[in-house]
Design a protein around this ligand. Structure first.
Ligand code: FES
Length: 147
């Protein structure tokens, strides 16, 4: 099957698994772009599928649309982003993603340990957070929030 260069909104929705209404929402937020045909139909370049795929995965791991939009801002307008363009985006986004990864790891590993939240309900709390001393550092789960 020859990959057509331009897709209708329905074709993008079918291939990406994202509802047409969500595609319109992404477009309204400037995350994806289309152009209009002479009969005022939306048409998308095939590269939109990569953007939509990244939006979906990023949202699934808790990255906000605003963060995604900021990252996509580095992509060129009016031409299909190259691997180099995506590399630039990934470099710019790497620190934020690394931070999220370390937070997720802490959460995963912290669930069986004291998280320094002040509850003193886990057998390890007296050892890790004697007399809730971590409260002096601030609010919340200090041992998860610490850099
Ligand atoms: S888990 Fe809450 S203070 Fe230890």
């Amino acid at each position: 099957m020859v990959a057509v260069k331009e897709l209708t909104v329905g074709q993008v929705a079918m291939r990406s698994g994202v509802a047409v209404s969500a595609l319109h929402f992404y477009e309204a937020r400037g995350l994806i772009r289309s152009h209009r045909t002479a009969s005022n139909q939306r048409r998308y370049g095939r590269d939109v599928l990569r953007r939509v795929a990244i939006i979906r995965v990023a949202q699934q791991v808790g990255i906000s649309l605003a963060e995604i939009a900021a990252a996509f801002h580095s992509l060129p307008e009016g031409r299909t982003p190259t691997r180099e363009d995506w590399n630039l985006l990934s470099t710019a986004w790497r620190d934020g993603l690394d931070h999220k990864i370390s937070q997720l790891k802490k959460l995963r590993d912290g669930l069986t340990d004291c998280i320094g939240c002040g509850c003193m309900s886990i057998d390890k709390c007296p050892l890790r957070n004697k007399d809730d001393r971590l409260a002096r550092e601030g609010t919340g789960a200090r041992r998860l929030l610490a850099p």
